[in-house]
Design a protein around this ligand. Structure first.
Ligand code: DAH
Length: 351
């Protein structure tokens, strides 16, 4: 065995590697020549110890040299094969720049969110700030602070979804999905001093069978104003301005006496029908009587004021609360509240 044999071997390996058609052929060549046990170079290495001492260094150097040549041939061919592969793929993937672009599908704001923004915008023009509050409430804020103690018959008006606390239930402080946005009246009054003018849009929950006008998860908007010398005519003026901005034109407004434990007096407010003005007995929007019931309202009950530390002889206020989907349905003609939450794009894309 001589260095010339080694050189011939390396020449052959380099030629073979240069001609390898794919990575599998390259791997086979690598094993054949550089394999630790049976590779061709290993045969030379094994014989070095048997050589006369003075020949060993030259032989070792020759083996190393052959190994380096074969390794760099392998590297080079691997790179070349990969580049060729990429080139082929790019070639196959040629783009036709004359094709029209794919249509971009833009999202849009959900109709209920649009309504929330609209309500906030309108009340902002009347000096009301929009605030939000917790959807999971305590019995205290949802009921007791609003003059609805346990056992009060008015509780039946708000079918309640009680919530068990994952950290452990406290029977003295039960949790619920708020059945209305009115608890925020109390939270705001506790935190601030008058004058207060806020509107609170938000999700509410009721244990209720759904139909075209009822959902167990729905939105309300709540309004609260507290100041010195506020009267029911201020309440009327604000809701009148709101009605005109939402439904346009010369809305008339109707107050009828109602009962809510947290307002005294309480009223139900209705707007004159913006579709038929009361002239069509078969009107789908108002049901033919010419009025659209929109919200509950009233003057904040003195006991509610006292409970948050306000002196009712100094401060008075009014409050109102109504269904937000109902506003949106009236404005858009959407026939069924459930449509808002079924995520059917054929419906939602119309807004
Ligand atoms: N929270 C009441 C409900 O869900 C509506 C309501 C009535 C809100 C009178 C008020 C109010 O602020 O003053 O039925």
């Amino acid at each position: 065995m001589a260095n010339t044999d080694l050189k011939t071997l390396a020449d052959r390996a380099v030629a073979e590697i240069g001609a390898a058609a794919d990575e599998a052929a390259l791997e086979a060549a690598r094993v054949r020549y550089l394999g630790r046990k049976d590779g061709a170079l290993a045969e030379f290495t094994k014989q070095i110890p048997a050589l006369p001492a003075k020949e060993r260094p030259a032989m070792g150097a020759a083996v190393n040299d052959a190994k380096r040549r074969i390794e760099s041939a392998l590297d080079e061919r691997t790179g070349a094969l990969r580049a060729a592969h990429l080139e082929r793929e790019l070639g196959a993937e040629r783009q036709d720049m004359t094709l029209p672009p794919r249509r971009l599908r833009l999202g849009r704001v959900h109709p209920i969110s649009q309504t929330i923004r609209e309500v906030s915008r309108i009340f902002a023009t009347l000096g009301f700030e929009t605030v939000e509050g917790p959807e999971i409430e305590s019995d205290y804020y949802n009921f007791e602070a609003l003059n609805i103690p346990p056992g009060h018959p008015a509780r039946e008006k708000w079918d309640t979804l009680w919530i068990s606390n994952p950290l452990g239930d406290d029977p003295a402080h039960p949790l619920l999905g708020r059945t209305h946005t009115s608890p925020m009246q109390v939270r705001i009054m506790e935190k601030r001093r008058p004058p207060i003018r806020v509107v609170i849009p938000g999700r509410c929950y009721r244990y209720e069978a759904t139909d075209a006008i009822r959902e167990s998860i729905f939105f309300q908007y709540e309004g609260l104003a507290i100041d010195e010398k506020l009267t029911m005519s201020d309440l009327k003026g604000v809701l009148y301005a709101f009605a005109r901005q939402v439904f346009g034109g010369d809305r008339r407004i109707r107050f009828r006496i109602d009962y809510f434990p947290f307002t005294e007096p309480s009223a139900e407010i209705a707007f004159s029908c913006f579709i038929c003005e009361g002239r069509d007995p078969k009107c789908h929007t108002c049901g033919g009587d010419g009025w659209i019931e929109a919200a509950g309202c009233g003057m904040v009950h003195p006991d509610v004021l006292r409970r948050v530390g306000y002196d009712p002889t100094t401060y008075q206020g009014f409050a109102f609360g109504g269904g937000l989907e109902r506003l949106c349905m009236l404005r858009t003609g959407a026939p069924d509240i459930r449509l808002f939450y079924q995520n059917d794009l054929r419906f939602l894309e119309q807004f």
